[in-house]
Design a protein around this ligand. Sequence first.
Ligand code: KIV
Length: 268
Amino acid sequence: MAEPGPVTSTNLQQLKQRGEKISCVTAYDASFTSLLEDAGVEVILVGDSLGMVIQGHDSTLPVTMSQMVYHAACVARAGRHALRVVDMPFMSYATASQAQTNAARLMRHGGAHMVKLEGGREMFDTVRALTEHGIPVCAHLGLTPQSVHQLGGYRVQGRDADAAQRLLEDAQGLQQAGASLLVLECIPTELARQVSESLHIPTIGIGAGPHCDGQVLVLYDLLGITPGKRPRFSHNFLADAADIPAALRAFVEAVRAGSFPDEQHSFK
Ligand code: KIV
């Protein structure tokens, strides 16, 4: 059988238009990347969550550009079809010019197909500066972990009417600025539905309910090996699977079937 071609942002938009769900998992090394490719995920995210699950920090803030390039390159060596999105770490995109330099490094030396950055209206100019130079951008709204100290902890965002309206406007502005994809983290299900319906670019949710166009989980949460309390929005897919490849396939199938996430993984 012919090998499928590489996944592009156009493919992801087509999936959205057809109502087919997109699956995304984080990866930080070549071996897991290979298993994720076998499982058929459309998007692999080299997340700065590596600061927590690989390095043992209590936030993503200590992660550096060099570390992101290193892990992205490890993932790229095993990459085959999935679109590789790589996180820009904390303060690596404080100005548009710094964002261009660092995003180019992630693409040139880390094999990134797209870079991800956190923030709303304050990022419009930066998103424009990247996309106008051929650097595809995934935006990230809601609980933005690089702002954990400003947000006062890892908590659900967009719960009151003003915050919800602001998030909706930010999402539309990011799309207008050229973003190709939008991660929505820890926001109420109904707000995520509204945002997803109002955009033509796909939304990828984590703790944002079932109405997003796709779902992302941190690999270690999906396998139930993250130390400490399991985040409410995650699910241990290894618990009912024979082995790791089967757990990854179960996640992809559950996302495609719309059976993950359900109410117990979502917020009101
Ligand atoms: O770094 C990461 O893994 C992420 C996901 C939680 C979306 O940004």
